[in-house]
Design a protein around this ligand. Structure first.
Ligand code: ADP
Ligand code: MG
Length: 243
């Protein structure tokens, strides 16, 4: 069986700083993998290498059977299949919510205006902000903005969704709405790779949890094992701090 995502011996250096020191893991179709670990351990760099926002120094990244690190691959076409949601929402402040969710559909997928609008509305409804189509992002709460960002990614029909600490910038009372949207996506069978500090989310939703420290995977397994019964001292120390 081919994996939805396959990472093999992934290395990334910035100058003399080696941030990823040989990372291997896979995500199967429909699975949710949560990546946890201390700040600076390389989690964001890992996600950015998966969608080639960063060029890996060495190793292989394969998504949906297409090796993205193959120099001959059509990167733009391959990247279109990946949705990315960041800690900061990166919406265009001068465009309405609806326009924000339409623009990449129009420009990148070349969808017609009506189709793009229909798909935008569907996805905004799905994440619970359908009533905000005509608002501008600065008029929305952080939780609403992040849900618009999720709708924008979903509108591109991604085969894989990457989330980099999607709730870290939110006021605590807004975190739950975003997590419940992500929980619903997982239930609907979306393949997801999620960097998060939300241990209860990881415990409940992840099929597997990957604990990273110092640019390597220290341990991985089902959440009940990695979070519930960690085998490594480094994992235990980290969990004591965040739980
Ligand atoms: P995490 O997301 O786990 O907090 P990051 O992947 O953001 O960790 O960063 C890991 C290390 O890589 C940090 O030491 C960070 O300073 C360094 N780093 C990340 N991006 C760059 C970059 N573009 N240039 C230089 N160093 C970077
Ligand atoms: Mg990070």
């Amino acid at each position: 069986m081919t994996h939805a995502v396959e990472i093999k011996d992934l290395h990334k250096s910035f100058g003399s700083l080696e941030v990823l020191k040989g990372v291997d893991f896979t995500v199967d179709e429909g699975q949710v993998v949560c990546v946890i670990g201390p700040s600076g351990s390389g989690k964001s760099t890992l996600l950015r290498c998966v969608n080639l926002l960063e060029q890996p120094t060495k190793g292989k990244v394969t998504v949906g059977g297409v090796e993205l690190t193959d120099p001959d691959v059509d990167i733009d076409a391959a990247r279109r299949r990946l949705g990315m949601v960041f800690q900061s929402f990166n919406l265009f402040p001068h465009m309405t919510v609806l326009q924000n969710v339409m623009i990449a559909q129009r420009r990148v997928l070349k969808r017609g205006k009506q189709e793009a609008e229909r798909i935008a509305r569907e996805n905004l409804d799905k994440v619970g902000v359908g009533a905000k189509c005509d608002a501008y992002p600065p008029q929305l709460s952080g939780g609403q903005q992040q849900r618009v960002a999720i709708a924008r990614a979903l509108a591109m029909d991604p085969a894989l969704m990457l989330f980099d600490e999607p709730t870290s910038a939110l006021d605590p009372e807004l975190v739950g709405d975003v997590l419940s949207v992500m929980r619903k996506l997982a239930q609907d069978g979306m393949t997801m790779l999620v960097v998060t500090h939300e241990m209860s989310f990881a415990r409940e939703v992840a099929d597997r949890v990957v604990f990273m420290d110092g640019g390597v995977i220290v341990e991985e397994g089902p959440p009940g094992q990695v979070i519930g019964d960690p085998q490594h001292a480094r994992t235990r120390t980290f969990l004591r701090r965040v739980l």
